[in-house]
Design a protein around this ligand. Structure first.
Ligand code: FE
Length: 335
C-alpha cells in the first residue's frame, strides 16, 4: 500500500513538475503594432523552434499603448512590438514596459539601437534617406539632409507630412546633432524649397518625383524597395547623405517585455531569439529592412543599394526630443 501510494505521489509530482509549469510557460501573448503579415511568419518559426505558442493582437501603436495602460496589472500581454524609437520610448516613459538584462541582447543588438535603460530593443533598422530623380539630378549634387535647405533646391523638394512619427524622429535627431537653432534654420529652408504640399506617405512622394512634380525627397528605404519591385524602371534612386558627418538617419522597429508580463521568462527568451540570425533574417526580409544584428546580412535587393555609414547616436533621442521636434516643425511652418 505504502509503495503504491509513493509511486502515485512520485507520478503526480513528476506530472505537475513536468507538465503543468511547462504548459503555463509555453505560451506568450504579444501586442503588435506591426501587421499580421509581417509578424506571423516570425511567430510561426518560433513556435516550431521552441514549442511555445503565441497569441497576438495587432493594432496601431497608439491604441495598443492605451490598452496596455488601461489593463494595467491585468494585461494578458507579455511583449509589445512596435515601430519607431519614438513609440518605444513613449511606451517606456508611460511605464508599460520593464527592464530586461540579457547578455544575448547586449551582444546581438548594437548599443545605439536599444534603450539605455534596457526597456526596449531595436530588432530591425530602417534608414530614412534622400531619394532623387535620376533624370534631373546627379548624385554629385547631393550631400546632406541640411543641404536640402539650400537655394539650389528651390521648388524641387518633396516632403511627407510632419505628423508622421518618422519625420518627428528625423527632426528630433537633427536637434540632438545640430542644436535647436541650426535645425530651425534647416527646416525653414526645407519648407521654403517645397515644390508642392506635403504628402501623406512615402510612396506617393516618390511617385511625385517620378512624375516630375519634384526632384528630391526623404523616405524610408523599404518603401523605395517595394515601389522598385513593382516598377523596376522607376527613375528614382537612393542617396546616402551625411557620410562625412553624422551618417544616415536610422530608426528601429523593436520590442519590450511588458511591465506586468505573466510569462516573463518566456518573453525574455523570445525577445532574445528575435535578435538571433534565423529571426533577424525573417524580420529583415519580410519588410526589406536592415537587420539590427550586424552579423546578419540584409536581403540581396537591400544589399544592392550599397552600404552606408549610419548615425550611431542612440535612437532613444528620437523619443526624448520628439516634443521639441513637433514644436519646431510647427513654428517653422512644416505641415
Ligand atoms: Fe513604415
Amino acid at each position: 500500500m505504502k509503495v503504491w501510494l509513493t509511486s502515485i505521489l512520485t507520478l503526480l509530482v513528476w506530472m505537475t513538475g513536468f507538465l503543468v509549469p511547462a504548459q503555463a510557460a509555453d505560451e506568450l501573448v504579444v501586442y503588435s503594432a506591426r501587421n499580421e503579415q509581417l509578424v506571423r511568419p516570425l511567430f510561426d518559426a518560433y513556435t516550431r523552434a521552441s514549442g511555445t505558442s503565441i497569441r497576438f493582437i495587432t493594432d496601431k501603436a497608439g491604441p495598443l499603448m492605451q490598452r496596455l495602460k488601461a489593463e494595467g496589472a491585468n494585461t494578458p500581454a507579455d511583449l509589445l512590438i512596435t515601430v519607431d524609437a519614438g513609440n518605444l520610448w513613449r511606451a517606456a516613459e508611460e511605464g508599460v514596459l520593464q527592464p530586461v538584462k540579457s547578455a544575448v541582447l547586449s551582444k546581438n543588438i548594437p548599443a545605439h539601437l536599444r534603450d539605455p535603460g534596457n526597456q526596449w530593443f531595436g530588432l530591425s533598422v530602417r534608414a530614412r534617406t534622400i531619394v532623387y530623380s535620376t533624370v534631373r539630378v546627379k548624385p554629385s549634387e547631393l550631400s546632406t539632409y541640411e543641404d536640402l535647405a539650400s537655394a539650389k533646391w528651390k521648388k524641387r523638394l518633396c516632403l511627407r507630412t510632419s505628423k508622421k512619427v518618422y519625420n518627428q524622429s528625423l527632426v528630433a535627431t537633427m536637434i540632438a546633432r545640430l542644436g535647436e537653432e541650426k535645425t530651425d534654420e534647416v527646416i525653414r529652408g526645407w519648407v521654403a524649397n517645397l515644390a508642392t504640399d506635403v504628402f501623406s506617405n512615402d510612396t506617393s512622394l516618390m511617385q511625385a518625383i517620378e512624375a516630375g512634380q519634384c526632384d528630391v525627397g526623404i523616405v524610408n528605404t523599404y518603401y523605395y524597395g517595394r515601389l522598385k519591385k513593382k516598377q523596376p524602371n522607376l527613375d528614382v534612386a537612393l542617396f546616402w547623405p551625411n557620410q562625412e558627418t553624422s551618417g544616415v538617419h536610422v530608426n528601429v522597429s523593436g520590442a519590450g517585455v511588458t511591465r506586468y508580463a505573466k510569462h516573463r521568462d518566456s518573453a525574455v527568451k523570445f525577445l532574445e531569439w528575435l535578435s538571433t540570425p534565423p529571426a533577424q533574417k525573417i524580420l529583415a526580409e519580410s519588410n526589406m529592412e536592415y537587420p539590427a544584428n550586424p552579423q546578419v546580412k540584409p536581403d540581396p535587393l537591400v544589399a544592392s543599394w550599397g552600404s552606408f555609414k549610419q548615425d550611431t547616436l542612440n535612437v532613444s533621442n528620437a523619443g526624448k526630443l520628439q516634443s521639441s521636434a513637433v514644436m519646431l516643425m510647427d513654428r517653422t511652418g512644416y505641415r
